[in-house]
Design a binder for this molecule. Sequence first.
Ligand code: PMP
Length: 290
Amino acid sequence: MYYNSKTIVYFDGNFLKAEEAGADLYGQSLHYGYSVFEGIKSYSTDYGTKIFKAEEHYERLKKSAELMHIPFDYSVSQLTDLTYELLERNGFSDAYIRPLVTCSPNMSLSKGKESYLSLLAWEWSNGYLADKMKIMTSGFQRPNPKAFKIEAKVGGHYVNSILACQEAKDKGYDEALLLDEYGNVAESSGANIFYEKEGTLFTPAKGSILPGITRQTVFEICSELHIPVKETFFKPEEMRGADAAFFCGTAAEIVALDSLDDVPFTKDWEDTASGKVQQAYQKLVRVLSL
Ligand code: PMP
């Protein structure tokens, strides 16, 4: 359940009950996936409830709207303040926050004329050290960066994610690993990927990925912990059987991977640099320093 009779949402300038908020049936967002959104987490920390990397998420939301030609005037500080108010009105601390920007009634294929901001939140605390995931190389490619603004977080892009994720689940895996048009590893349906060999971390270079805020946080953690990390293009065979691998994203946090296409990652997670990164991330979101 994402909401109940008490849940409050923000919609187009007002706080109202989730049950009373409705979507417009005549908008381009519903028909064409022409919307932009974010996925943000708040945590109960030593300093009270804190939204992790609020500025980075709201900068990306504004950038996504700009790249999609969707008019959107909220400032980062307005968005952040509204989000704290939303959390307070709902009494949430550990929560997932979903800002969504949709467009006004218009069935044409020209740019959005007006937009509406919705802010939704639901309680969420990750099972830290969730089960390791078994993943498979997807039959679906990531959207071609020449066909989409791949660095924007756009509703329509996620049809590709749904197809890939469901294909993996139907075949008995937990998640999909999508490749780019050249057969290089890109990312999962909703998270970035790293693998580890002899103490060095490798992650796909930008091009066909959503360059995640958590991915950037991993770079910061690696720099702090003196763990070498390389952004590069590589094929799935280069990472099969590596020492370790993980997905990272706001929702997933850092999730260890068990195997790729049934080939296990070989080292004990506790003995890997990846395991150290996972612990550091848990500390960072709750204590706000490493
Ligand atoms: N890739 C995709 C396709 C995603 O949907 C997400 C989640 N937003 C990520 C990567 C990870 O991004 P972030 O770390 O900013 O949550």
